[in-house]
Design a protein around this ligand. Sequence first.
Ligand SMILES: C[S@@+](CC[C@H](N)C(=O)[O-])C[C@H]1O[C@@H](n2cnc3c(N)ncnc32)[C@H](O)[C@@H]1O
Length: 250
Amino acid sequence: MELRRRYTTADLGVFTPEEASRFLPPGGGDPQNDVILAWELLYRLEPELYDRLASAERLHPGIVSWLPCGVGRIAEVGAGTGRLTMELIGRGQHVVAVEPAGPMRLILERKLAAADHGHRARVVHGFFDQLPLPDDSADLVVACSAFTPAAGHGGETGLAEMERVCRPGGCVAVLWPNHLGWLVARGYRHVSFPGPMSAQFGSYADAVELAEVFFPRAAGEVRRLGRRLVPFEVLGINPPRDLAFKVLAG
Ligand SMILES: C[S@@+](CC[C@H](N)C(=O)[O-])C[C@H]1O[C@@H](n2cnc3c(N)ncnc32)[C@H](O)[C@@H]1O
């Protein structure tokens, strides 16, 4: 069933009070009329389904290569199930991954342990607007497909928090941003990596199943194409090829 129809108000009880205060509008909220709320429920109720989608939507290799390498401390916010975290491990001596949704943290911890990276990464609970990290404690602070200008998902306070945690001369980077202009207006520079990009589903069956949930309008075309690689244009979303960054004054 498609994401917009998947959950009901009966599912809202999964939110902790601090999640509810950020994600629910005054008076409640209905995930069938608010897809952002539906995504938040997905992270808590079906995190493995999200992880299958994120595994298919691989970042442009240029994004990962662009990130600074050989740095000491990296902080990632909204780490989810680790699409970016697993790449960051090789680029810094220590990574702290901040993620509010407990079920997503469990998957990320499992992946880090399986890759024997547990000692180089710490997964912690936290939100953009109140990062549980000291001032100037990271050389790189990064978020991937997580930060938005909305207060519950970052906003002015969240951006200020990312910059507080980043040391002078360090870099704050927002990968796959949804509102580039908002970041550019705040002094961030845009980088985009060219070339055709496709979502890489595990199989054709996987492509069809995930399209029915996340890209229902494209599901017919995905079925007609009959393969596991599906161009992002077919899915109707921007490919993960952009980033916005700011190097803080030293
Ligand atoms: C689309 S997922 C991206 C996850 C991961 N970065 C990736 O690239 O797959 C968005 C993530 O942001 C997290 N998130 C949502 N609101 C947040 C907030 N206020 N503070 C920190 N993280 C948040 C969600 O729990 C979720 O893991």
